[in-house]
Design a protein around this ligand. Structure first.
Ligand SMILES: *Cc1c(COP(=O)(O)O)cnc(C)c1O
Length: 225
């Protein structure tokens, strides 16, 4: 399937979901996750009208960035090692995986402008998942006030890998409640209005629970090999 055909189907799902629950579909930003596909396929996504691209490794990010440049808005969505920050920091618009103070320090040191960041939360508590525990989110964000180049625009999570809709929904709902708590504190460095949640298999549930950025790989651009 072409990206254009996939996108049409996804947009219809987004519109139907939003109509059902009374949300404005314009609040839901699609990020095309291109980590599984070629530069050509990423360019096809741009041609289909996608403007936001996401990658999860620094080398993959740089390969796509070098080919595409500032035509796209760039999201770094994967675990970020501190020593890799300098490679991507001047090209990235959003970082979705801020999960520790040492990483915040490195971003602060390397960036030359304010970087929009999501704090990644491990809502489900699965060992395999990165992110900080829900109870640590607020103290962590309070500590970030010292950094002038980090703005916490929201929270990000990955739902557990399961078919059980109730489990997925509970995860997204917990993230939303946590986001609302942080947002209500009106911290200058942490407006925390956004929710980065929902992937190919669970984005409809994520939208129902308030997602403002959904990260779509397989269902949108596909998966090579
Ligand atoms: C790969 C990845 C995605 C996209 O996954 P799909 O299931 O292919 O849509 C979204 N978010 C993160 C953090 C990822 O690593």
């Amino acid at each position: 399937m072409s990206v254009k055909e996939n996108l049409a189907m996804i947009q219809e799902n987004i519109e139907n979901t939003c109509a059902r629950i009374g949300r404005n579909p314009a609040e839901v930003q699609i990020i095309a996750v291109t980590k599984y596909v070629s530069i050509e396929r990423a360019k096809e996504a741009l041609q289909a009208g996608i403007t936001h691209l996401g990658e999860n490794r620094d080398d993959g990010f740089l390969r796509k960035y070098e080919a595409i440049g500032n035509e796209a808005t760039w999201h770094f969505i994967g675990t970020l090692q501190s020593r890799k920050v300098k490679n991507i920091i001047h090209h990235v618009d959003y970082i979705h995986s801020l999960d520790r103070l040492s990483l915040a320090k490195e971003i602060e040191k390397r960036a030359n402008k304010v970087v929009k960041c999501f704090v990644q939360v491990n809502v489900s508590g699965e060992q395999s998942k990165h992110g900080i525990a829900p109870e640590d989110v607020l103290p962590f964000i309070e500590q970030l006030a010292q950094f002038s180049r980090i703005q916490i625009i929201g929270l990000m999570t990955m739902a557990p890998y399961t078919d059980d809709e109730a489990t997925i929904r509970r995860c997204f709902r917990t993230l939303r409640e946590l986001k609302e708590k942080v947002q209500s504190l009106h911290m200058a460095h942490a407006p925390c209005r956004e929710l980065s949640m929902g992937m190919s298999n669970d984005y409809v549930i994520a939208i129902e629970e308030g997602a403002t950025f959904i990260r779509l790989g397989t269902s949108l651009v596909g998966h090579d090999n």
